[in-house]
Design a protein around this ligand. Structure first.
Ligand SMILES: Cc1ncc(COP(=O)(O)O)c(C=O)c1O
Length: 382
């Protein structure tokens, strides 16, 4: 089989592979081409073979929430009361419901751009006001502009900070010092923090993830934590996530959107996500090794390129945030790359104004595919 045929044979029916024509290599949406943990596949097969596809019992939800809170203790030394957790279809839905229930139309929502596009869309679609606190590139790091954050938080109608930690697309993994500063500013100005920690497992040493809810016991009641096994365990199509509230009051407020409006999830999703968190550890570890090697490949590609792409290696996530402004593809680089390289990246402009001239490259694929992506990009720029 030629390598082109081999690559084609790896296509799945996911939107990642189906959106573009067959000859385009996808490096856009955050799905991995690295399979799923055997424990997840086994458990799903068992349920299907048993014809066990009825409405899920409440116990499946309880087990899922328990698996989440056990994991936060074991992995991050952070106690999160399972009684304050709730199952949700997906993180983006939880963000929207949080905006609708925790804020009023016209209230200010702080977002640290460039940012995962649904953060921006959900603020716009709910009629809230975007307060942008762009990360700034200082020396070789993406930094929070704390002075600006303080100013934005002091807006009398600033109500909520949508924190992305680890941060998509820059891959920043925020330190304790940074998170304490954010918590301090938000607490002083009574700004609620919604912390999306979906990328918490994909973190490269020496960096490590710190849950926002662990910052201080006083502040923990002012946080809504969102997470999901779907990103780290490559099961995004199954849909299943958790929202954890810092207090019973916050949970009660969120529940104003009652269960039928919030929607429900399938038994297969609950089983897959619970298994991922309980028994997916060794698969995740080996996947992390692959991702770290891929990140090194990306570093080497960027360092050796002489066509002007700039980037800072991500501390977490499997996403490279690439600056094309110094290249001949400075305007809409993603369009140039599909046209000239037959490679699909995510358009940086979707991540807010600071993303214009940038594109996001998902390197969670097999090394031979990544090599082919780099080869095609190099040819397109020569
Ligand atoms: C920061 C962040 N939050 C949420 C999501 C999507 O999560 P869900 O599929 O649960 O809505 C993604 C997907 O890439 C993401 O990067």
């Amino acid at each position: 089989m030629s390598s082109e045929d081999e690559i084609r044979s790896k296509r799945t029916t996911s939107t990642k592979w189906m959106k573009y024509s067959n000859d385009v290599l996808p490096a856009w949406i955050a799905d991995m081409d690295l399979g799923v943990a055997p424990a997840i596949a086994d458990d799903l097969h068992q349920r299907i073979d048993h014809g066990d596809l009825g409405y899920p019992c409440a116990d499946l939800e309880t087990k899922f929430i328990d698996a989440f809170s056990d994991r936060y203790i074991e992995k991050f030394n952070t106690p999160l009361d399972p009684d304050l957790g709730m199952v949700s279809t997906d993180v983006v839905q939880s963000i929207v419901i949080s905006l609708l229930t925790m804020t009023e139309p016209g209230d200010g929502v702080i977002v640290q751009t460039p940012i995962y596009p649904p953060f921006l869309n959900s603020v716009e679609h709910t009629g809230r006001r975007l307060l942008e606190n762009p990360l700034v590139k200082v020396n070789a790091s993406w930094e929070i502009n704390f002075d600006e954050l303080e100013t934005l938080a002091s807006d009398p109608r600033a109500r909520l900070l949508l924190l992305c930690s680890p941060h998509n697309p820059t891959g920043r993994v925020f330190t304790q010092t940074e998170l304490v500063k954010v918590a301090d500013i938000c607490a002083r100005h009574k700004v609620l923090v919604v912390s999306d920690e979906i990328h918490c497992d994909i973190v490269y040493t020496p960096n490590y993830h710190i849950p926002f809810a662990s910052i201080s016991p006083e502040f923990a009641s002012n946080v809504i934590t969102m997470n999901s096994a779907t990103k780290s365990f490559n099961i995004a199509g199954l849909k299943c996530s958790v929202v954890h509230f810092g207090s019973a009051e916050l949970k009660a407020k969120y529940e104003r959107y009652d269960a039928p409006v919030r929607g429900s999830i399938t038994s297969l999703s609950l089983i897959a996500a619970t298994t991922a968190w309980q028994r997916g550890g060794s698969w995740l570890q080996s996947t992390l090794t692959t991702l770290e090697n891929n990140r090194t490949m990306l570093d080497e590609f960027i360092r050796s390129n002489d066509f002007g792409i700039e980037y800072l290696p991500p501390q977490g996530t499997y996403l490279g945030w690439l600056d094309f402004r110094g290249t001949k593809a400075a305007v809409a680089p993603e369009e140039y790359l599909v046209r000239e390289a037959r490679v699909a990246l995510s358009p940086g402009s979707d991540f807010g104004k600071p993303g214009v001239g940038w594109a996001r490259l998902n390197f969670a694929t097999q090394p031979e595919i990544l090599e082919e992506i780099f080869h095609r990009m190099s040819s397109a720029f020569k």
